[in-house]
Design a protein around this ligand. Sequence first.
Ligand SMILES: [Mn+2]
Length: 432
Amino acid sequence: MEKYYITGHKNPDLDTICSAMAYAKLKSILDPDNEYVAVRCGHLGESCKNILAALEITPPPYMPDVYPKVKDVMLSPNLMVEKKASMTEIAKSYKDTNPSVTPIFDGGKFIGLLSIDDITAWYLEGIRNGNDLSRIPTVGEVMRDQAEPLLAGDLFEDAKKALSASPKRGLSVFEDGEFIGYVTRRCFLKAPKYNVILMDHNEPRQSIKGIETANVAEIIDHHRLDTMKTNTPIFIDAEPLGSTCTIVYELFVRNKLMPDKETAKLLLTGMMSDTLILKSPTTTPVDVEAAHALAEIVGESVQNFGIKIFSHVESLSALKPEKAILTDFKRYTEKGVMLGIGQCEATTLNDLDDYKDKFLKALEDVRLKNGLDWAVVMITDVMKENSVLLSTDFKASKNLPYALLEEGIYDMPGVMSRKKQLLPEMLFALGM
Ligand SMILES: [Mn+2]
């Protein structure tokens, strides 16, 4: 049985969260021999949290990275040798398994690892001192000082270095102050790889940390492709649809399955959010049809469901500017120019004056902190289907086809989509 982690992009939005959860459900039905777990690789923004809470959807657990860890390679003790036991016990187990270290206990409590080096040292010392070597010692007499234990969550690479720099043949592994296993040099011959399915993104820099060490098993996405190399052929479903949730719905249908009510609610949530209630220009007839089919399963109209979702969107003036900008912020590198594009949704732009200065200042901070050349945030009025663009001072911004309202602020009537409308214009402005 293999375990697969299904994750969306950093700065998770509703499409990323809901598509990962729904796809985990579909994969569990299609492939019950393996385990599929939805995770999120970033923290949820306030609006996203509120909407999920209102819909009684528990978000997937947070997983910061997919780097291999000590716990993925560690060994569990298969016999409990007590400190006061005779070395005869070690001799017996050595015959079968040839262990380089054996965990030793005192009244059931772990006290250390007995290494083959300890045994050698004990006998050599005995010979040197003229001790009676016909007497068989206890385990406790032979075991020597212990090295610092590793933690279960320590990175494989760090632990490998620690062990090769140590004179010890093995190190114990602790979690929450408890002994849970041990590692020997043999454990580090080959780094294990996590199996990961990427949802709603395919660019490594938008993905979970450590993705370069993982086995990317599938990609389900509706963005431009700028993805990683893989070692084997993989399943990719990339379609220019309004949401990744639409693709997941299509995959249910193609497999002659219908999502249950819970899953339909998830899919419709991601779809409404990404297509801005089917009004974004990224919306296709396929999205419209899928939304209606899902709304039927959920038992609500598409419009009502969509409005319900956006009624939980926080007013931007109430949010911390930097946090609001970073909630849905994507980075791109194009011909050496580092871009960052954020998008915030609002139900009105009437209060823009209340927060525009704070946002412009925070945007410049975000640019500096992230080493970007150009940072922008588009604020989209999902009700009126308009956006404004706040931009840091960057020479190519003059080439944007939008009217300048005031220093750093552009009017984007009818523009709702970052990837379909704004990103291409920014690339064009850069002369690409
Ligand atoms: Mn999406």
